[in-house]
Design a protein around this ligand. Structure first.
Ligand SMILES: NC(=O)c1ccc[n+]([C@@H]2O[C@H](COP(=O)([O-])OP(=O)(O)OC[C@H]3O[C@@H](n4cnc5c(N)ncnc54)[C@H](OP(=O)(O)O)[C@@H]3O)[C@@H](O)[C@H]2O)c1
Length: 297
């Protein structure tokens, strides 16, 4: 049985669906009881509901589990404590594989959510558990939050310079990589080629936001321009929408980093793991456009 934490989130649902489709037995850890039904519909064999910050709950959730796929909620202040508790509980029951959903370049100290993942990775090294660390780049799917706006206004807005170059990855490729890594233990009789490995999961070269807008234009068949919004204007909007102080400050640091240095990586590792080329941003947008057309029919 594979325990997926954060199973009702953006990443969790993609990983859960992919593992279940491949016949793997998944126990989904979700936060709210309203999320049980969706997790079951995606193929979870078992669902546990509770707070990752509660160590008693985590210890109970670990019962009957052989592998863990740990996904911490996005930009979460308690990320390090949660990571420590989950690693400790997994070590206590002696699981055969701990896969940690980290991030590309956790070494970047000025971005607190990256640095906390770095410290969780360190705890994993110290735990003695058989582990694999996955470090995904920025998801292509993040653009979907503003999809309607892009389609309606022809503007793709970002709170950093449009010249900033960023690598992306299709979350579906990340989920398939997760399935490959988790499956290996079962194929190899409790041994895995992926024990002790850290893989950067990058789908594209670093692209400027103008290049991103050009691809959106081509696939949508109408003009889309990239536009930078000032960070204080972005901050005003998200604070009004209820985003927490830690999240806002952390994301401001992240956007500042993107503007100064970009955020790029290399797709060779993911392509090797998937045994095929990674999904391009063009192919991703084409898929989204086709899915939307089907929904409208
Ligand atoms: N987005 C990216 O581009 C990207 C790239 C690389 C790595 N990552 C990493 O991927 C991870 C997951 O990101 P995501 O966007 O998939 O997250 P997400 O959509 O925010 O999902 C987090 C899930 O955890 C639940 N949750 C929140 N607090 C909880 C708690 N205390 N106990 C138990 N569950 C709790 C949330 O429930 P509710 O729905 O009720 O809040 C939600 O279902 C993050 O660590 C992020 O840093 C993201």
């Amino acid at each position: 049985m594979i325990l997926i934490t954060g199973a009702a989130g953006k990443t969790g649902k993609a990983v859960l669906r992919t593992l279940a489709k491949q016949g793997m037995m998944v126990k989904a850890l979700v936060f709210r009881s309203e999320q049980i039904q969706e997790a079951e519909a995606l193929g979870a064999k078992e669902v546990v509901v509770g707070d990752m910050r509660n160590s008693d709950f985590i210890q109970r959730a670990m019962q009957g589990v052989n592998s863990v796929y740990h996904i911490c909620p996005n930009v979460y202040p308690d990320e390090l404590t949660i990571g420590q508790e989950i690693i400790g509980a997994a070590a206590a029951v002696g699981i055969t594989h701990f896969v940690y959903h980290s991030v590309l370049h956790p070494q970047i100290e000025v971005m607190p959510h990256h640095w906390k993942k770095m410290r969780v990775e360190e705890r994993l090294f110290e735990s003695g558990l058989p582990y694999t660390i996955l470090q995904p780049a920025v998801y292509m799917q993040n653009i979907l939050v503003n999809w309607e706006n892009i389609v309606e206004t022809g503007k793709y807005t970002v709170p950093y310079a449009v010249e900033s170059r960023i690598s992306m990855v299709d979350l579906e490729d990340v989920a398939q990589a997760a399935a490959i890594v988790l499956m290996e233990v079962y194929l190899n009789g409790k041994q895995s080629l992926h024990y002790g490995a850290t893989y950067e999961l990058v789908g594209t070269q670093a692209m400027s936001q103008t290049e991103v807008a050009t691809i959106l234009s081509q696939q949508l068949g109408r003009p889309v321009i990239a536009e930078s919004v000032p960070i204080d204007a972005w901050e005003r909007v998200v604070r009004t929408s209820g985003l927490g102080d830690y999240q806002v400050k952390t994301l401001v640091k992240m956007f500042d980093y993107y503007e100064k240095y970009g955020f790029g990586g290399n797709s060779h590792v993911l392509s090797w793991l998937l045994n095929r080329p990674t999904t391009s941003f063009d192919a991703f947008v084409k898929r989204v456009v086709e899915d939307h057309v089907h929904l409208e029919l």
